[in-house]
Design a protein around this ligand. Structure first.
Ligand code: HEC
Length: 121
């Protein structure tokens, strides 16, 4: 009886141990948060992880502006087509520069941030 239990437990461990979940799956499947989207809560980390290699202060690699502060990013949404740039299918226009396109849930988070009024926190 005990042996059977051990075998079953071992079997379950092996079975679940082998179903791998890649980091990409986790990122792609992270749901869009259902509270109000804010710069501090949601958007800053997206920009920090994907944009400020070039859009630093001062900006480098030919980028025309910084995306370091709330005001920087809000201004880029309002006056520099930031959302069109991250949503584009045209690699010549897309940001991050040269691609790849951000995971769709991150693009949707920024779109929702604008729709909800570009709140800071
Ligand atoms: C590898 C460097 C690099 C990265 C990373 C990068 N950019 Fe850019 N960005 C540039 C360059 C170079 C330009 C100017 C050329 C152009 O407009 O295509 C630019 C232009 C822009 C513009 C247009 C500015 C204007 O006044 O026309 C926006 C908006 C922008 N980037 C947003 C972003 C966002 C948002 C991210 C992150 C999701 C990002 N960029 C990541 C290099 C980069």
């Amino acid at each position: 009886m005990k042996a059977k239990l051990v075998i079953i437990t071992f079997g379950i461990l092996v079975f679940y141990g082998c179903t791998s979940v890649s980091e990409d799956d986790l990122i792609e499947n992270t749901p869009i948060p259902d509270d109000t989207i804010t710069y501090i809560g949601h958007v800053k980390s997206i920009i920090d992880n994907n944009c400020i290699d070039c859009h630093s202060n001062p900006p480098v690699n030919g980028a025309p502006m910084s995306l370091i502060t709330y005001e920087n990013v809000r201004d880029a949404v309002q006056n520099r087509d930031l959302i069109a740039r991250i949503s584009s299918d045209n690699l010549g226009f897309l940001m991050p520069f040269g691609g790849p396109r951000l995971p769709q849930n991150l693009i949707d988070t920024v779109i929702l941030w604008e729709a909800e009024g570009l709140q800071e926190e």
